[in-house]
Design a protein around this ligand. Structure first.
Ligand code: NDP
Ligand code: MG
Length: 380
């Protein structure tokens, strides 16, 4: 029986991971970690019976210990708790489904402990890809993409010559504001931005999708996962989200993975690679679908995507600035503290003020994150 631990088990990817586990009945969950949703975490613990569970919030961890006093599970908290779940002896694989750069240290420690990684937490790879990918290689562990586009790329690479890869064609839905101008986005409210046309996801990534910053993060994520230059990654808007991404080879062949939008497919593929298990759900009906559309992304309105390319090209601590500025700006937007268009303005401001550090250590990455947050806080 395969044994996994899941960081971010109460979130969108975390709950879908546990659904896949529930359906298949042959994976043991040894550890779970969440931020503060102890109601759901308690249910998950009672159902999946992990040995260890982490809650970020110390008070909530205490509360959960009391609720589960009749149950055999150890509850830990804070970063220390996350790290304990990440490296736990029993697990072979860690599913990283926390949101944000908070995932860096647990991911690094899990790799150090020899765990394969099913990686949803793209912010980790964007900021620390130059540390994580060589470390994974050194430790002989696999990093399986869970992000739907990267899973599609990974699937399109199977059985092919990686040296013949010419281009990665990263598809994007274009989000809820495709076709809009900057002026039309001036008064966008939180509820508008949280309405994604094709995918139901966590709040942060839903906002990122609407600004196309998510696609920018994915360009950098692809660079690290597939060892390509960011300029080999071309974003193609495919509004129906049926083609999940494609790879173009030296002979001009383009190989793609298609399917109805369902994150359980990439999750299951990462958990069982290289097997393909049955997955219930809707199938693509090409007769009904009729046509697929393609567009060039509008980088006048969505210039956050261009900023990501710049960060990815220059590397160093700049992708951390791009990511950290976005994380805090999105938080502020969700708290109604800033306007929608300010999210990308803040990213641009932080990037232009930053003195880049090439090949940063983990400490320098975390210091850059902190300095970026301080700069944004001082704007108020
Ligand atoms: P959600 O917001 O739905 O879930 C985030 C999870 O992380 C929750 O379980 C949350 O716990 C937990 N968490 C947050 N902070 C901490 C912390 N400090 N310590 C421990 N746990 C914490 O996010 P998503 O599932 O949407 O996204 C997760 C990651 O996957 C992101 O990096 C995202 O970009 C990526 N991704 C998501 C996709 C999707 O379809 N949702 C698609 C592709 C990638 P709690 O709720 O208890 O506070
Ligand atoms: Mg994606």
């Amino acid at each position: 029986m395969k044994k996994i631990a899941v960081l971010g088990s109460t979130g969108s990817i975390g709950t879908q991971t546990l659904e896949v586990v529930r359906e298949n009945k042959d994976i043991e969950v040894t550890g779970l970690a969440a931020g503060s949703n102890i109601k759901l975490l308690e249910e998950q613990i009672r159902e999946f019976k992990p040995r260890l569970a982490a809650v970020w919030d110390k008070e909530k961890a205490k509360e959960l210990r009391i609720k589960l006093s009749d149950f055999d599970v150890e509850i830990v908290c804070g970063m220390e708790g996350l790290l304990l779940v990440a490296v736990m002896e029993e697990a072979e694989m860690l599913v990283t489904a926390v949101v944000g750069m908070i995932g860096i240290r647990p991911t690094i420690e899990a790799i150090n402990a020899g765990k394969d990684i099913a990686l949803a937490n793209k912010e980790t790879l964007v900021t620390a890809g130059h540390i994580i990918m060589p470390l994974a290689e050194k430790k002989g562990v696999s990093v399986f993409p869970v992000d739907s586009e990267h899973s599609a790329i990974f699937q399109s690479l199977q059985g092919n010559d990686k040296k013949a890869v010419q281009k990665i064609l990263l598809t994007a839905s274009g989000g809820p504001f495709r076709g809009k101008t900057q002026e039309e986005l001036l008064d966008i409210r939180v509820e508008d931005a949280l309405r994604h046309p094709n995918w139901a996801m966590g709040r942060k990534i839903t906002i990122d999708s609407s600004t196309m910053v998510n696609k920018g993060l994915e360009v950098i994520e692809a660079k690290w996962l597939f060892d390509v230059e960011v300029d080999q990654v071309q974003v193609v808007v495919q509004p129906q989200s049926i083609i999940h991404s494609m790879v173009e080879y030296a002979d001009g062949a383009v190989i793609a993975q298609l399917g109805t939008p369902d994150m359980k497919l990439p999750v299951q593929y990462a958990l069982y690679y290289p097997d393909r298990r049955y997955l219930p759900g809707e199938r693509v009906d090409f007769w009904k679908l009729g046509k697929l559309e393609f567009e060039k992304p509008d980088t006048d309105t969505f210039y956050g995507l261009e900023l990501a390319y710049e960060a990815g090209r220059r590397g160093g601590t700049l992708p951390t600035v791009f990511n950290a500025a976005n994380e805090l700006a999105v938080k502020q937007f969700l708290n109604h503290e800033i306007k929608y268009l300010e999210i990308v303005e803040i990213i641009e401001d932080c990037m232009s003020a930053h003195r880049n550090i090439p090949n940063p250590t983990l400490e320098q990455i975390l210091e850059t994150e902190k300095a970026t947050y301080e700069r944004i806080e001082s704007r108020r």
